[in-house]
Design a protein around this ligand. Structure first.
Ligand code: MEV
Length: 451
């Protein structure tokens, strides 16, 4: 890195402790191959791996063993968020997402935070829970007591289903019973808590609860209905925190402290109003889902868990919190995140396998910390834009290019059409068609043009 590219002094980094940096100034200006080459400064990818990431992260043959009735492979843009430093460690974070500005906003704010603040995160040991639904037990109180008396035997039986998990220190660790009054009558819901180590755990947990179900039904003298993992994994709550000097949030119109205060007000709006909370949390999931998809994780499970957690008080609320304390803007997220770094699609999907290596082969806990942090940073990036210039400004360039492409322009022509629409402040399909038509006829009339 030459001197002119050197980042400003960064909080929390001692000069003598030199480590790999995820800071890639000007990365966005490179073309796709150049970016892949540049990543070699971070992680040495072979030419074949670069080619795979660029062209074929998943073949139709691989897809054919993943789901049914395969007719092809569906593409999504794959970007990397740069500049992240979490718990004093740098990360290059893959994000698979189709929406303009997400990767850029996240990378940009991560740079601002690393130069003016700090990102930290923590994830607990991964505990997933399975549920067994027991309907109309003969004597609910006695049944619950009998189940708890059989707890050790039931845990042993569950653990016999997954000796590998047990040998890694995981397995079924606890069992509890809840009483539920429903339209179908009284129910006992048995929760089995399983330490899933580095896996997402759905298979292990589902196998265990399906084994326990009939035994529990006999003990409780009840009808067994559902036996399945719960995606509200609130025993796997992940926390991330950002602390930033408000001065670095300043814009042409607002000073930094005003922006920070407006961010806090925007959070209070989301926390009080489900209509706003839905959009606020959607912005968080923009970041979370993109990392989950790129790392081969079940984003629907995390989405469901996150929204259920956001509604845990009886009102759907913000997953993040902001306050100003000691002259700093503090942002926090608390969200259940179930991810896996072993099993799942990782073995079949070449892209996921390479991208996990690019991330430094994180443990499940570490990946969960990264995912939650990206959600928090994405949220602050969105709020910063919302409370200052508005969201459309940042979307403009790529949005204009998208419109130009859909109007039929390609390559340099698309860039020229987009630039003209931005200049005119009219980014519309019909206008793109008009400009394109004009430019094409002008080109055709230009002497020496062989078209
Ligand atoms: C757009 O995908 C996400 C935002 O609407 C989030 C928000 O409003 O906080 C910008």
């Amino acid at each position: 890195m030459d001197q002119s590219q050197k980042p400003k002094t960064e909080v929390g980094q001692s000069p003598e402790k030199k480590q790999r940096t995820s800071r890639f100034p000007g990365f966005y200006k490179l073309d796709v191959w150049e970016r892949l080459d540049k990543l070699a400064d971070w992680y040495p990818l072979t030419t074949k791996e670069k080619w795979t990431l660029k062209n074929e992260t998943l073949t139709a043959e691989q897809a054919d063993v993943m789901v049914e009735n395969v007719i092809g492979v569906f593409g999504l843009p794959l970007g990397v968020a740069v500049n992240f430093r979490i718990n004093d460690k740098d990360y290059v974070i893959p994000m698979a997402v189709e929406e303009t500005s997400i990767v850029a906003a996240c990378s940009n704010l991560a740079r601002i935070i690393r130069e003016n603040g700090r990102l930290t995160a923590s994830a607990p040991h991964a505990i997933m829970e399975g549920q067994v639904q027991l309907v109309n037990p003969q004597d609910p109180q006695q049944a619950a007591k009998d189940i708890m008396e059989a707890k050790e035997r039931l845990l042993l039986l569950a653990n016999r289903q997954d000796p590998t998990l047990v040998s890694l220190g995981g397995g079924a660790k606890d069992l509890s019973v809840r009483h539920l009054d429903t339209e179908s009558g009284p129910m006992l819901i048995v929760h089995l808590a399983v330490d899933v180590v580095d896996a997402m755990g759905a298979n292990a947990v589902n196998t265990m609860v399906e084994t326990l179900g009939p035994v529990l039904g006999e003990i409780a003298k009840a009808e067994v209905v559902c036996q399945i993992i719960s995606n509200l994994c609130d025993k796997s709550l992940v926390r991330a925190r950002l602390e930033i000097d408000p001065a670095c949030l300043k814009t042409k119109i607002f000073d930094g402290m005003t922006v920070a205060q407006r961010v806090v007000k925007a959070y209070h709006f989301a926390d009080a109003d489900p209509y706003r909370a839905a959009t606020h949390n959607k912005g968080i999931m923009n970041g979370i889902d993109a990392v989950l998809i790129a790392t081969g994780n079940d984003w629907r499970a995390v989405e469901a868990g996150a929204h259920a957690y956001a509604a845990r008080t009886g009102r759907y609320r913000s997953l993040t919190k902001y306050r100003i304390e000691g002259g700093k803007l503090i942002g926090e997220i608390e969200v259940p995140i179930a991810v896996g770094v072993v099993g799942g699609v990782g073995k079949l999907h070449r892209g996921v396998e390479i991208l996990l290596r690019l991330m430094g082969m994180p443990s499940r806990r570490e990946l969960a910390e990264v995912v939650a942090t990206v959600g928090l940073v994405q949220n602050l990036a969105a709020l910063k834009a919302l409370v200052t210039e508005g969201i459309q400004e940042g979307h403009m360039t790529l949005h204009a290019r998208n419109v130009a492409y859909s109007a039929g322009a390609i390559g340099d022509l698309a860039i020229a059409v987009a630039e003209q629409m931005i200049k005119e402040g009219r980014i519309r399909f019909d206008r793109a068609r008009e400009i394109l038509k004009k430019k094409l006829s002008h080109k055709a009339e230009t002497p020496g043009n062989g078209q």
